[in-house]
Design a protein around this ligand. Structure first.
Ligand code: C2E
Ligand code: MG
Ligand code: MG
Ligand code: MG
Length: 279
């Protein structure tokens, strides 16, 4: 009986895997038509400086699937990478984000890049052209990268990153403190900024070891001349410890969820008004 059960289990598992794969493929297929169907959009999450000012947003892509509703980017970005759609999606994102950004003078914007974009021929030219068309200086953009395709061992991506940095773009290491962005990344490139992952921040106040890890990460970033942004500030009690540890920018639901393009300028004006009154 146990043998039979084992076989049933194996069959069920195989069926499950096949189903998963076909769900993946269906999603990849649907993503192809999402561009023209107007199902993609950009939202922007404010990044605050520790003096309570806000002069920066991070661009985040959204996909509203006609049947499934909002599909998270943690699902469809990997799908795009698997199916060869990432370069096209990345170009769509950059075009749309920079068009929006052109309406917001003086502030900075962070853009997430897939390693596949960095490896693609002509990426820097494309990005520069988009900046030029929209009248945006490279110095106003932070390009966020992670290690997901192992940039360390990827000479091509590293060369592109160096070129972009020489052109004036700022380069940020995203998700620092997770498996995707390891310590050795710090040695392989001169990052302008490190973004401490939410997982390093969320237990502050409950667990003394969390503070030790956070402080060590900030110290390391400082030693290589990078500024530090704390992600995942979801509650007010996380502001104090991240600020005293030396983070210069804070981002998270406590300040604001990602917002639609049409609301960004009002948000910035409101926060700047408040911080000017406080000063
Ligand atoms: P990320 O770049 O680390 O972006 C931060 C993520 O954390 C965003 O999720 C944001 O909505 C979420 N977040 C911000 N504050 C809080 C908080 O206080 N609590 C919690 N629980 N979450 C918070 P989102 O938009 O779902 O994006 C997930 C990931 O997908 C991003 O992580 C990034 O790796 C990727 N991604 C999103 N947009 C793009 C894009 O345009 N291009 C590329 N290549 N990747 C993107
Ligand atoms: Mg990011
Ligand atoms: Mg991040
Ligand atoms: Mg993250």
């Amino acid at each position: 009986a146990s043998k039979k059960n084992g076989r049933n289990c194996a069959t069920a598992f195989a069926a499950h895997m096949a189903e998963e794969r076909s769900v993946d493929r269906a999603l990849e297929k649907d993503l192809e038509s999402a561009f023209d169907a107007g199902q993609l959009r950009m939202v922007y999450q404010p990044i605050h400086s520790i003096d309570e000012d806000c002069r920066e947003v991070e661009a985040l892509v959204r996909w509203k699937h006609p049947e499934l509703g909002e599909v998270p980017p943690s699902t469809f970005i990997p799908a795009a990478e698997r199916s060869g759609l990432m370069v096209r999606l990345g170009e769509w994102i950059i075009r749309r984000a920079l068009q929006d950004f052109a309406q917001w003078p003086d502030i900075h914007m962070s853009l997430n890049l897939s390693p596949l974009q960095l490896q693609h021929d002509g990426f820097s030219t494309f990005l520069l052209d988009c900046c030029r068309e929209n009248g945006i200086a490279p110095q106003r953009l932070f390009l966020e990268v992670t290690e997901s395709l192992s940039i360390e061992r990827n000479t091509r991506a590293l060369l592109t990153l160096n070129l972009l940095r020489n052109l004036g773009f700022r380069i940020a290491l995203d998700d620092f403190g997770t498996g995707y962005s390891s310590l050795s990344m710090v040695k392989s490139f001169k990052f302008d900024r490190m973004k401490l992952d939410r997982s390093l921040v969320m237990d502050l106040g409950q667990d003394p070891a969390s503070l030790a890890v956070l402080e060590a990460a900030v110290t390391m970033a400082r030693h290589v001349g990078a500024e530090v942004v704390a992600e995942g500030i979801s509650e007010d009690h996380l502001v104090g410890p991240t600020r005293s540890a030396g983070c210069t920018h804070l981002q998270g639901y406590f300040y604001s969820h990602p917002i639609e393009a049409g609301h960004v300028w009002n948000y910035i004006a409101k926060v700047q008004g408040k911080s000017a009154r406080a000063a």
